[in-house]
Design a protein around this ligand. Structure first.
Ligand SMILES: *Cc1c(COP(=O)(O)O)cnc(C)c1O
Length: 394
């Protein structure tokens, strides 16, 4: 084969990357719903387990359907290795835990997805890992927090729920100066609009539950990194702790990847248009969308993303107004998921960010009047009518 899949355009990688056909030459990716594998002889088993014969031995370590998903996502991201995980949280947890031991130090942005915040703030310290939270938009804060002994830095950009932007290149430079690894949670940007490995990140993590499935069906996650980092920090820990993705979910996610480019580009365009429409509504709600010039992180976003993404945040001034808006929506669902084909809106302080202590909320932009809107694949005309009517009633 003269074609090198690495040279393909994104759309082609998403359809053809990682495809491994069985001798039946099926058109669609095969679903290997099997826990384990068998061997022709005791000698063959010996060779397989020693690594001399490179096959599968157990689906906790690897599975042909899961491998197709891993290879396709790795090709898309430009990563040497992809390790599929059961959920996004399994990915973040394994990515962090694999890098640290007692006595090490971790720095993370303070505005993180709730469960990521819990892992950094509550879980790691139980094992003697010191952690610091910083204002992720402030490079001076990162500089002050990163120190010798810092082994991992966790960046979520754009962040949840108010889409704060962190300069990945600048933070990666500071982290690398002390030998720390940089993990980027790239869920909000998607692999289509931001490639953290090209910006200096060492590890990229996804919740595949979001845009990669994008159709509300399964949970999944992924860790993408170099062969060297995988070998040193993740190979054994992932084998022995078992956060493996189910082959069935991998199969669903493979089909999700096929349409990822189409879906998120359309969702991005609709979201960008809606952000302006909402900002221009007579009630003048505050709108946060990374590609709007009034977003505080606009310049950094333009420098590292090729689209503003599929999620916007707005502030309607009070909880009563936010609830009135949500309750008046007829097409958009009230739901805490994001990246889905169905548009979804949520009130972070009473749902996704409930566990954030009251006194921290203003710092994280979790305001009582806040609404996060994940824009789906419905038509811009219908969504405009729905959102405008809901704003009228808010
Ligand atoms: C949803 C999400 C996660 C967690 O993913 P799950 O698949 O729900 O475990 C982590 N980070 C971000 C930014 C998310 O949006």
């Amino acid at each position: 084969m003269a074609e090198d899949p690495k040279d393909w355009d994104i759309a082609t990688k998403l359809i053809r990357g990682g495809m491994a056909r069985t001798p039946f030459m099926e058109t669609a990716e095969a679903l290997f719903l099997t826990q384990g594998f068998t061997y022709d002889s005791a000698e063959a088993a010996d060779r397989r387990f020693s690594g001399e014969d490179p096959g599968f031995v157990y689906s906790r370590f690897g599975n042909p359907t899961v491998k197709m998903f891993e290879d396709r996502l790795a090709l898309l991201e430009g990563a040497e290795v992809c390790r599929a995980q059961a959920t996004g949280m399994a990915s973040i947890h394994s990515a962090l835990m694999g890098l640290v031991k007692a006595g090490d130090h971790v720095v993370a942005g303070r505005a993180l997805f709730g469960s990521c915040r819990w892992i950094v703030g509550e879980w790691l310290p139980r094992f003697g890992v010191e952690t610091s939270f910083v204002d992720a938009t402030d490079l001076k804060a990162w500089e002050a927090a990163i120190r010798p002994g810092t082994k991992a830095v966790l960046i979520e950009t754009p962040s949840n729920p108010v889409l704060e932007i962190t300069d990945i290149r600048a933070v990666a430079e500071m982290a690398h100066a002390v030998g720390a690894k940089v993990i980027v949670d790239n869920v909000f940007a998607t692999p289509i609009f931001q490639q953290p490995l090209t910006l200096g990140a060492d590890v990229v993590v996804y919740s595949a539950t979001k845009h990669i499935d994008g159709q509300g069906r399964v949970l999944g996650g992924a860790i993408l990194t170099t062969a060297e980092i995988n070998e040193e920090f993740y190979r054994d820990s992932l084998r022995h702790t078992g956060p493996a993705l189910s082959p069935f979910n991998a199969w669903v996610l493979l089909k999700g990847l096929e349409t990822l480019d189409l879906r998120v580009r359309r969702q991005n365009d609709t979201c960008a248009a809606l952000a302006d429409i909402i900002a221009d509504h007579p009630k003048r709600p505050r709108v946060l969308y990374p590609f709007r010039p009034d977003h505080p992180g606009h310049n950094v976003a333009k420098g590292q993303m090729s689209g503003g993404g599929t999620v916007l945040a707005m502030d309607l001034g009070s909880r009563a107004a936010a609830f009135a808006f949500l309750n008046a929506l007829e097409i958009v669902d009230i739901s805490n998921n994001l990246g889905d084909a169905k548009s979804m809106a949520t009130h972070p302080p009473t749902t996704t960010h409930r566990s954030v202590p009251e006194e921290l909320r203003p710092l994280l932009g979790v305001t009582d009047g806040g609404v996060r809107l994940s824009v789906g694949l419905e038509s811009l005309g219908d969504l405009t009518r729905d959102v405008t009517r809901a704003l009228d009633q808010a």
